[in-house]
Design a protein around this ligand. Structure first.
Ligand SMILES: [Zn+2]
Length: 257
């Protein structure tokens, strides 16, 4: 008999795909092991005991066995199933954006406990907040910081001068702000209003989403979304599909089947 090495970890299910006839491969995010892929065997069978415990976005305590290629989920006990998220397509869409960002900005097996906590806190917060946009912006700013792309928001990245309280520029390629003089010379930089800059700084300084309470008018909210989406798309070299889905959803466009 093979002696599997078992281990236990908290995990949030970021993604799932079918494998073979009845299995699924899960992409998990864990506090100490970072991102990892594991097989949940037989979960597509109606009789599976594991099935209900490995849904997308579920936060569970899992027991895994080290496999030759992929590890295998042997047990899973739900810690949070986020019913308030699941009952609402819009809230679920925000959560999917967060899960996709974590999945795409991380490599496997690199520990990042603050990122795990950030994701878990956001999922809990999205269950009840009335300002999911602001919560997602807070999440984006902090994910960027935790994976090494903390946006510069106080100095000009070209001439190193302190920014003055006027309309400045934001450059995705540079990774943050440019002063009006340098920004005008950079074809790819976009203007950033003083208010948008202030909100981004406020979000960056707010350690948790619970402390990031502020009311935004729709125009400012849109400007912030545009700036962060552009920066994220630039870094990932492609768009975040869940974000496009969310934008379409909010616009009331017809949803993909
Ligand atoms: Zn400058």
């Amino acid at each position: 008999m093979i002696n599997h090495r078992l281990y236990k970890t908290e995990a949030i299910v970021l993604r799932r795909r079918d494998l073979g006839e009845a299995d699924k491969v899960l992409v998990l995010y864990t506090p100490y092991l970072g991102k990892l892929s594991a097989v949940a065997k037989g979960v597509r069978r109606p009789t599976s005991k594991l099935g209900g415990h490995v849904e997308l976005l579920t936060h569970s305590m899992m027991m895994l066995a080290r496999g030759r290629n992929l590890d295998i989920v042997t047990q899973s006990q739900i810690l949070h199933s986020f019913p308030g998220l699941r009952s609402n397509l819009e809230r679920t869409s925000y959560a999917f954006c967060a899960a996709e960002l974590v999945q795409r900005f991380t490599e496997e097996h690199i520990e990042n406990q603050p990122l795990f906590r950030l994701l878990l806190n956001l999922l809990l917060y999205l269950e009840e907040t009335d300002s999911p946009d602001l919560a997602l912006r807070h999440f984006e700013v902090h994910v960027l910081g935790l994976v090494g792309y903390r946006p510069e928001l106080r100095r000009c990245l070209t001439c190193d001068s302190d920014l003055r309280p006027v309309s400045n520029f934001f450059s995705a390629a540079a990774g943050g702000t440019l002063c009006p003089i340098c920004g005008t010379r950079d074809r790819l930089a976009r203007p950033i209003s003083l208010n948008a800059l202030k909100v981004l700084r406020f979000l960056q300084d707010a350690p948790t989403v619970n402390e990031a309470k502020i009311s935004l008018d729709p125009r400012l909210s849109k400007e912030l979304e545009g700036i962060l989406t552009e920066y994220i798309t630039y870094l990932l070299e492609g768009e975040v599909k869940s974000m496009r889905f969310l934008r379409d959803l909010k616009r009331g466009a017809s949803l993909p089947a």
